[in-house]
Design a binder for this molecule. Structure first.
Ligand SMILES: Nc1ncnc2c1ncn2[C@@H]1O[C@H](COP(=O)(O)OP(=O)(O)OP(=O)(O)O)[C@@H](O)[C@H]1O
Ligand SMILES: [Mg+2]
Length: 225
């Protein structure tokens, strides 16, 4: 269980200070697809980064199974991220020199898994996103939607309990977007905690819970049947 308790993030100082996230408290549940919904600038990306421990809150904390991740040292935090958290970035963050398979397998490689296991798991993650035939291509040889799917494959390759996505369907056509949404729902149904920031109404409609953000604060938190 991952939980935000009174999380606030302020960027800048003095008159230029911006509270990107304001006093957000929410417990995110395994088995559920959560949607962070809100206009541009409402704090979705910032909140995802705080949940992943990529960024630290100004006040409040993020807790995993009751333990504050802010108390962990860098080594412990990055090991936790590599093993238990998959992150699909808004702008992919793929490494241009690596093939799709190498990009997808990178978190496993960094975690010390042997080459054969890395290749097999990366290949199966690529297959899951419909890119088995593109495994040997580099990002520059892929379409935007294909790069997005490689980013999804990388996020799921380590079989993480927590999957965070920042506009994971932002660059996909309707059909491919629908298949990624189906994949996210399936990953949640398998017992993962899936949290997705999006403007995509289809994700919001299919989500088990929608947290609406306005100016960094949770304006509504709605669970669906
Ligand atoms: N590094 C930063 N320094 C200063 N301000 C920032 C920084 N990152 C984000 N902000 C500000 O914090 C607020 C929230 O930004 P955030 O990126 O979380 O919004 P978002 O909901 O993800 O928007 P979008 O839908 O456009 O991706 C915005 O006002 C933004 O300008
Ligand atoms: Mg964003």
């Amino acid at each position: 269980m991952i939980e935000a308790r009174g999380v606030t993030k302020v960027y800048g100082a003095g008159t230029r200070a911006v509270a990107a996230v304001r006093d957000v408290s929410a417990a995110f549940e395994p088995g559920l697809l959560h949607c962070l919904w809100g206009p541009s600038g409402s704090g979705k990306t910032t909140l995802l980064h705080l949940l992943a421990g990529i960024d630290a809150p100004t006040s409040g904390g993020v807790f995993v199974d009751g333990e504050g991740i802010g108390t962990w040292d860098d080594a412990r935090a990055s090991a936790w991220r590599r093993r238990h958290v998959g992150f699909v970035f808004q702008f992919f963050n793929l490494l241009p020199a690596l093939t799709a398979r190498e990009n997808a397998g990178l978190p496993l490689l960094l975690d010390g898994k042997d080459g054969r296991e890395v290749r097999e798991r990366a290949a199966s993650a690529l297959e899951r996103v419909g890119l088995a035939g593109r495994a040997d291509r580099r990002p520059a040889e892929l379409s935007g939607g294909e790069m997005q799917r490689v980013a999804v494959a990388r996020a799921i390759a380590a079989d993480p309990a927590i999957l965070l996505g920042d506009e994971p369907t932002g660059n996909l056509d309707t059909e491919t977007g629908a298949s990624v949404i189906g994949l996210l729902k399936g990953l949640a149904a398998e017992g993962r905690t899936v949290i997705v920031a999006t403007h995509d109404t289809r994700i919001a409609e299919g989500a088990g819970r929608v947290l609406r953000l306005l100016d960094g604060a949770v304006a509504s938190d709605e669970k669906r049947a």
